[in-house]
Each structure stands twice: as C-alpha cells, then as structure tokens.
Design a protein around this ligand. Structure first.
Ligand code: F6R
Length: 585
C-alpha cells in the first residue's frame, strides 16, 4: 500500500520525485524517502508526511527513486523507511508489497556476510540483487532476485554506476509513464500526470528497464516482450486541489458532474451488461469497504426494480463461496482503484471456476480493469482523498442504471439519475455546508454516533458510519433501523447522537418509530429526510427521489464527516493508519 516513483530524464529528479510522492501520499504516509544518483548516491529519509516538505537540497540529479510508506514489517522510523541499500551502498531499491519468504532470504544473505540495518522485509531485495551481481550484470541480477521472491511486489531499483532504472511487478501496482526524453515508474498514474499521459501498464511477472526507451522482459524466462502505450485522458488539474483546501471537499463537490459522467456510457454498453446479468445463473457483487456498501445498496435496488436476487459478498470472504461458482455464474467486482488485493484474489478464485467477470472500476488500466472479461468504467477521474466519496456515488449510479436496464427501463433510470445529479449540486452548495458546519460543531466532542436506515438506506447507514469514523475518529456505527434495540440501544444515553435516514418510502413509518425509541432514551435525533418530523432535533432536508435516495442521503453525511474532521484537527485527506489502495491481503 506504499507509493513508489522512479524518474529518469532531463528535469531535476529531486523535484519530480518529491512531486510524485506528494501525489502518491494517499497510498501511505508514515514515512518517506528518496535516492538520487548525481555525482554520488544521495539518500534522504524522514518520518512523517512528504506533504509537509517544501524543497530538499540534494544537488543536481536526473535519475532517482522515491517511496512513501505504509508500514507492514517494522516500526515507523528512519531506518525502516525506503529506499533500502545494498552493503556497498551502490544499489537502492523501493518496494511496495510483502515479501513472504524474507526471513529465509535474510538468513541466507546473512550467511553470505550481508549486513541488515532495518527490520523490513524489503531490505532483502537490495542485498539479493547485490549477491547476484557477483556473477551477472545489474538487470539480470534484478531479474534473478525477483524471481526468487515469494509474495507481492512492485519494485524499482537503481545502481550508482548505471544510468537506468529497473522495475518489476507481481500482485502490486506499477505503471510506466512515457514522456519526451523522460520516463517514469509509479504506483499510480497521477504521480506523473503533470508530465505525461502516455502510460505502459505493467502486468504481473514483468520486468522493465527505463533507459533511452522502455524495454520489457518476462521475469521467469528473461525473454523480451512487446507492450502498447495507452493514452489516459485524466488531466493534471483533475488531480490537484484547485480552490479547495482538501481533496475530500473538492471530490464531494464534484459529484453532480461525476454522476453525469458515470451515465455517459452508450445504451448498447449498458444493455449488453444488463443482458449478461439477466442471462447469468447466480450473480455475485464482490467488493470491500465503501464499494461493498454500494454493492449492498444495489442488491436492494435490483430486487425492487429488476426483481433480481444478487449475492453480495465482501471480497476477502468470496473465496469461501467458491463452491457456488460455475461457468454460468456472473461475478461483478466493484472497485475504485482496481488494485484492492482482496478483490483481485476474489477474481482469481472466480476465474479458476470459469466464472464470467464483469467489473465496475474507476482506474482504467488497473489490474482489475485488465483482468476482467469486461470492465465498466466509473469515469469519475482521479480520486485522491483516501476516503471514497465521488466514486461511491458513481458506483451507485451505474448499479442503479444497470438495475433499470435489466428491467428494460433504461430511459426511466437515466432520467431519474440525471435529476439526482442536479439535486446533488444543491446538496453541496455553500448554504447546505453552513448548516452542516453547525451540526458538526454540536457533534464534534461526542464519543459515539449511531446511524440507522432501513431497506435501501440500511447500507447507506453503514457507509455513513464508515465516513464519520474513518475521518474524524469518532466511533460511529450503522444499523438497520430494527436492529439497534437488539443490543446497542444500551449505549444510548442523554444526548447520544443518532442519525436517522428517513426517506418518503415504505420504510418511513418504521424508521420514525425506531427514532422515537432512541429519543425516549435521551438520544439526539438528526433526521436526513425530505420532510421534517417532530422526533427530529436537527433536520437536514434532502430531495425525495425514491429508490435513488441512497445517493442523495450520503452527500450531507460526507460533508458532515469532513467538517467533523476539520473541527477536530484531523487531516481529511489522509486519515491515520489508512491507505487508499489496499494492495495487501
Ligand atoms: C472508505 C474507502 C475504502 C474503500 C475500500 C475499497 O472511504 O475508501 O473502504 O472503499 O478500500 O477500495 P476500492 O474501491 O479501491 O477497491
């Protein structure tokens, strides 16, 4: 889940690496480091966020690598920060992933007199390359070294005496940027988007050498491979904060546009996927975190609109369902990044059973995008804030449209969602935000917040609680309205806030009576609803859009979560311990 970057070109490598790391910081931010080859190998490492660094004076260099860390092995300190060096200090490597056989490798390398300075699994890579260099050149040494590694890796390595970079990938993301007279390695495209939009997406088992051009080799055989360059249409502006203080608020505010962009697929495309759903024998939506909440919401929408039963499974649990899979099953993974390890593992499980895989994914060219039989894109542009906001509503939009398409009502679905896009604009307006700042100031010192919803808004309650807790660190829990009284109501005391999602649908009466039960125990009731009700202590008005209410209801909660974070002094873009792409299992 770390971020890595490599640069070779005419610019000052230090600026490119620092810029790139700032753009990759959403992947990990407990420490960072870089190595540059100028007249010598210069290494800088630090604990903390790279975002807090303005400029570093390391002299002139045109080749360099950098890393922003999300620790898995070894404490957060300078020694464990990457890059890691070989004993002779000539080889520097950065690594994202987990080396499963590192203990055995470490013992072997120690027996060969290598001296380790960190507690990481990654350091073995630098020493292993050094060991192989006793008999072969640098590129071949990297190939042999990575061929011996078990686990997952995206690695970039450089050698003080060579003017090129070597990268290798297995089960962790690594892409190559191809500019004019300059080349980049990175975990993700936004890291080099301001310099080039031409990308080579590396596949597992590939090794690349960036010299005067790009050369790709098969790690196992060493044979050269041909790869295409893809032009991506994301822009550097999309990946910058613009007038906003944080990406989180920028991305929340973009949702009127991103919902429309999700709707921009041709009728043929949507109908084709609807046919695959209609013809499948067993359908699984598979996802993690917020994407899972979108999938769960969609299962209610499919049931109501298309009369279809969808199995919704958290990706890490999916392999245990493998006995239900056949070549007539349809698996639909849903993922913003397309790099979530649990989702990719689930796809592997499905493919082993011959199951057809149609994904919904935001990052074009990501592993999921390439591994799917078909990938329906969210078209939301880069999402930089660690929390998903705009891609959550993009997922809901696409899934809702598919449900309507399955029922042969694509036009009706499109009209509804276009209206929702307009209404979302009002919900993110300054007036609504002022009201939510007022609510955030009332809630900012609370210990617990509960959220309840029923039907299609039950998963919205789960998503609301996730948004609040992950960014403000206030404990929050979401429940189906009927469930709180089966235990957790014991925690309600005078002033405990409970957010109640009360649309004008079949759930309204019952959810209001659940709100009464909480209020009569002292709960402070915040109603998110098209209409006010006497049980609400604080009312946030949202438009009434029936089955699409889950898209509208989450918007004020995203904004509330943002202000809770800001008022409590938390960084909304980079919550502690979190990384945007969870590329480890
Ligand atoms: C929460 C959040 C995570 C992701 C989850 C899946 O705000 O962002 O829960 O939704 O890690 O990520 P993707 O969609 O990239 O597979």
């Amino acid at each position: 889940m770390c971020g890595i970057i490599g640069y070779k070109g005419l610019r000052n490598a230090s600026d490119v690496v620092i810029n790139g790391l700032k753009r990759l910081e959403y992947r990990g931010y407990d420490s960072w480091g870089m190595a540059l080859i100028g007249s010598d190998m210069n290494v800088v490492k630090n604990v903390g966020k790279i975002g807090e660094v303005d400029e570093i004076n390391v002299g002139e260099a045109h080749i360099g690598i950098g890393h922003t860390r999300w620790s898995t092995h070894g404490k957060v300190n300078k020694l464990n920060a990457h890059p890691h060096l070989s004993c002779d200090k000539k080889i520097a490597i950065v690594h994202n992933g987990i080396i499963e056989n590192y203990q055995e490798m470490r013992r072997y390398l120690i027996s060969k007199d290598h001296v380790f300075v960190s507690d990481t699994d990654s350091e073995v890579i630098a020493h292993l390359i050094e060991e192989h260099m006793k008999t072969v050149d640098f590129v071949e040494a990297v190939r042999r070294a990575v061929n011996e590694l078990k686990g997952s890796y995206a690695i970039v390595a450089m050698h003080k005496d060579m003017k090129y970079l070597v990268g290798a990938k297995k089960d962790s993301p690594l892409v190559i940027g191809v500019g004019e007279n300059e080349l980049f390695f990175a975990s993700d495209v936004p890291a080099f988007l301001e310099y080039t939009r031409d990308v080579v997406f590396m596949d597992d088992g590939e090794l690349a050498v960036l010299n005067s051009g790009v050369e790709i080799f098969d790690i196992e055989t060493g044979k050269k491979k041909k790869k295409d360059i893809t032009h991506v249409d994301w822009s550097a502006e999309q990946a910058s904060k613009g007038e906003f203080e944080h990406f989180m608020m920028k991305e929340i505010s973009e949702q009127n546009r991103t919902i429309k962009q999700a709707l921009s697929h041709s009728r043929d495309t949507i109908e084709d996927i609807a046919n695959r759903i209609n013809n499948a024998f067993g359908i699984f939506f598979v996802a993690c975190g917020s994407s899972y909440h979108a999938a769960l919401t969609a299962s209610y929408i499919f049931s109501k609109i298309a009369k279809k039963h969808i199995n919704v499974v958290v990706a890490s649990e999916f392999p245990y369902y493998k006995d239900f899979l056949t070549d007539r099953t349809l698996m639909m993974p849903i993922s913003q990044s397309g790099e979530t390890a649990d989702v990719l593992q689930a796809v592997k499980t499905a493919k082993e059973k011959g199951t057809h895989v149609v994904s919904i994914v935001n990052v074009v060219g990501s592993s999921l995008y390439r591994q799917s039989d078909y990938a329906l894109t969210m078209n939301a542009g880069p999402e930089i804030c660690v929390l998903s906001t705009k891609t959550y509503t993009s997922q809901l939009t696409l899934l809702t449209l598919l449900a309507y398409a399955c029922a042969g009502k694509i036009d009706e679905g499109k009209l509804l969602l276009e209206r929702v896009a307009k209404e979302v604009e009002e919900l993110t307006s300054p007036e609504t935000r002022i009201r939510l700042v007022e609510l955030a100031s009332k809630l900012k010192d609370k210990k617990n917040i509960f959220v309840i919803g029923r039907g299609v808004n039950y998963p919205t309650a789960l998503e609301a609680a996730l948004k609040i807790k992950e960014v403000s660190y206030i404990h929050a829990e979401g429940f189906p309205g009927g469930e709180l009284k089966h235990g957790t109501i014991a925690l309600i005391s005078e002033g405990t806030p409970c957010i109640v999602l009360a649309p004008n649908d079949e759930t309204r009466e019952e959810i209001i009576s659940n709100a009464m039960e909480i209020k009569s125990r002292g709960g402070y009731i915040i109603g998110i609803s098209p209409e006010n009700n006497e049980v609400f202590d604080f009312h946030i008005k949202v438009p009434d859009e029936g089955i699409a209410s889950s898209i509208l209801n989450i918007i004020p909660i995203q904004i509330l979560a943002y202000y809770l974070a800001v008022l409590r002094g938390c960084d909304p873009d980079k919550p502690r311990n979190l990384a945007k792409s969870v590329t480890v299992k």
